[in-house]
Design a binder for this molecule. Sequence first.
Ligand code: ADP
Ligand code: MG
Length: 271
Amino acid sequence: ENFMPRPTRRRVLTVANQKGGVGKTTSAVNLAAGLALHGVKTLVIDLDPQGNASTAIDVDHRSGTPSVYEMLIGEVSLVDATQASSQTPNLLCVPATIDLAGAEIELVSMASRESRLKEALSREALDQLDVDYVFIDCPPSLGLLTVNALVAAHEVLIPIQCEYYALEGLGQLLSNIELVQKHLNPALVVSTILLTMYDGRTKLADQVTQEVRNHFGDVVLKTIIPRSVKVSEAPGYGQTVLAYDPGSRGAMSYLDAAREVAERGVSREQR
Ligand code: ADP
Ligand code: MG
């Protein structure tokens, strides 16, 4: 049960949904921690100026720290912007500082503005870090930062909150993904949908779950992340929920989801 398969090829997953508060950061950080805790070396790239993933992994992200911003404008390399988590072995993070807030506008006038993250995540640089997984945590918008994340990735992971209006806006995300597939990254696939913040007491949560499964089929993970206070408390302690309370339902479901992600990756490659 403890075994977590390693992929035969490195996987780069972008965690995207232009809605805020649906569980992008929580999912990126805790899926990464689930893999890392089982010996699979994993990098989280914080691409949101809010820096929530950096907070949860507890890496330095004060203004001026070498971060994803300096990486995008070509001032530092991936390796120089990467910090190791002090709590979770095998977990690395490129932090986001407030300096990223202006990047969306600054990038507009830059050369190859859509593929700057992809260029920073070169095979050589990722080999040097020796990571098996990269999770890119997107901001809640469909601007240039998210486009950079979609261009740099092999896969998109969409967290969907089990709430009313959950599917609203998803069409816009999917058509942006199609545009990126058409013009910039033909190999990109929406490989994974993760249902988050499930509240079993409401009938609505089940309706949303069913609707998402009917619409997206096997792309939806079997594991559903429950709404849990522990999950929301953990970042306040600079921790993932897997470190904060490993026995909690939230931690165990993120671990199950991480294992599903890992196992699916392997079977997809074997086909
Ligand atoms: P996003 O990155 O999409 O904006 P977050 O991951 O930051 O979303 O989640 C939004 C808020 O909901 C945060 O305060 C987070 O701690 C909380 N949250 C996320 N997942 C859960 C969960 N399963 N149970 C309870 N609270 C959660
Ligand atoms: Mg976030």
